[in-house]
Design a protein around this ligand. Structure first.
Ligand code: TIU
Length: 220
């Protein structure tokens, strides 16, 4: 029997069915989160991004207990960089160059992989994406369709870049999204707060936003 839940969220209560829901964890990669990584090298304060790891971990553990389908994404490129658009090469921040944790945003490198605390387990999807949005040039849509997923719980980094792009892409494809506010982060907290407002404004123009404690309370 499928279970249905209603939880407190903005702009109003968010309702979802367990079987039709996926948890999508976006780009929780060492290079974006760990001190000494690519994110920090670009001059960012990674304490804002790595501060969400415990909250994401709790949601991930609950999703596993409840049998919610889990997808992890990673932003990165082929080792020969043949899938990097010249524009991203110019403005994407040293892609392919040697960084403190391996070649920047290159698949297979240590810094490109997911942080130790949130490593995927068997049965979870790991989706490599070349762009900001998780639907662009990936098989995410077909995976979700095959699993009959209609609702996405979204966590990850950074809120205003890959998280927001993915939620906008999902919205256009007919998925209902709940962005978990305290499970997402931007290097600058203002970008994070602005993104929350952009998602839930105008009656939920792109979806809902809510707190993980409300999700966990609703699921228990
Ligand atoms: N994952 C993600 O958001 N990629 C970025 O490049 N984010 C920045 O904030 N630069």
């Amino acid at each position: 029997m499928d279970k249905h839940f209603s939880i407190n969220a903005k702009p109003y209560e968010f309702t979802f069915s367990l079987e039709k829901t996926a948890l999508v964890i976006i780009d929780m990669q060492r290079d974006f989160l760990y001190p000494g990584g690519f994110g920090e090298q670009l001059g960012n304060d990674v304490s804002t991004t790595n501060g969400i790891i415990p909250a994401v971990k709790k949601v991930l553990e609950t999703a596993r207990e409840q049998g919610i389908f889990v997808i992890h994404t990673r932003e990165g490129h082929r080792t020969d960089l043949s899938d990097v658009p010249p524009s991203k090469q110019r403005r994407g921040g040293n892609i392919g160059e040697q960084g403190p944790m391996g070649r920047i945003l290159v698949r297979g490198e240590y810094g490109h992989d997911i942080v130790d605390e949130l490593q995927p387990v068997r049965g979870e999807v790991v989706l490599d994406k070349p762009g900001k949005g998780a639907f662009y040039q990936t098989d995410l849509d077909i995976i979700l369709k095959n699993k009959q997923i209609e609702t996405l719980l979204v966590a990850g980094v950074t809120t205003h870049v890959c998280v927001q792009t993915t939620i906008r892409e999902a919205n256009d494809r007919g998925y209902e999204c709940l962005m978990l506010e305290d499970c997402c982060a931007a290097f600058d907290p203002k970008d994070h707060e602005d993104s929350i407002r952009m998602i839930n404004q105008q009656g939920g123009i792109f979806g809902w936003t809510g707190r993980s404690e409300d999700l966990l309370a609703g699921l228990s």
